[in-house]
Design a protein around this ligand. Sequence first.
Ligand code: ZN
Length: 235
Amino acid sequence: MEDTKRQLLTDCGLDIQDISGKGKGVVAIRSFSRGEIVFSEHPLLTQNLTRNNTTVLSALAECTAVQREQFYSLYNCHADTLPAELGIFETNVLPCGGNDAHGHVAKLGGVFLFGSRFNSSCKPNVNNRWDGGTREVVFRAVRDIEVGEELCIGYGSLLAKRDERREELWRKFKFECRCEACMLQDQDLADSDTRRECLQILFREHSKRLRGDPMEGIGEVCIHFEPPTTNALDF
Ligand SMILES: [Zn+2]
């Protein structure tokens, strides 16, 4: 990675480091507070759902030489089964739009020089959300993060049970997830699966209302969380 790009990352309080058993990953070199924007980034290139190697090559032809070099520096977990460019894209794609718990997939996906370097966790400490106005992905801390912690996003369906999550991650990204949630055993694992199942039901029940009247919808969801809070927005 170019020094200037790496400096930009350092300025945000982040570094790319070796992570035991995972290759490279993004590590905090300063603390972050829950809700804080870690950074935001425009995609190197985007593709819609009908993409193939030819469309990725066409998009690359529109990129600068530096961007092409950055693209080819990204990891490819599909080297054995897909053409190189499509393999790199599918390995590193992040949604540029809303994915949801019903399996709806964003119509646009993008590859990011930095954002595509986050490793996955089924209990992520960072959320990635596409901002259609600025056409950037915004990465935001979802809990307090200490110096030295690895920053992870969720690649798959976080509301699915462990075995379903692992199947999805293996199919799409060719790794067996060994995050702290997937390594739970016995009753702890059963409890985790049950919590996610409950959240999926809540999501299904309230998503229509959240779209229609977000404040009322959030208030309804809050009554399912214990202990009750006086501030409906304080999760
Ligand atoms: Zn996991």
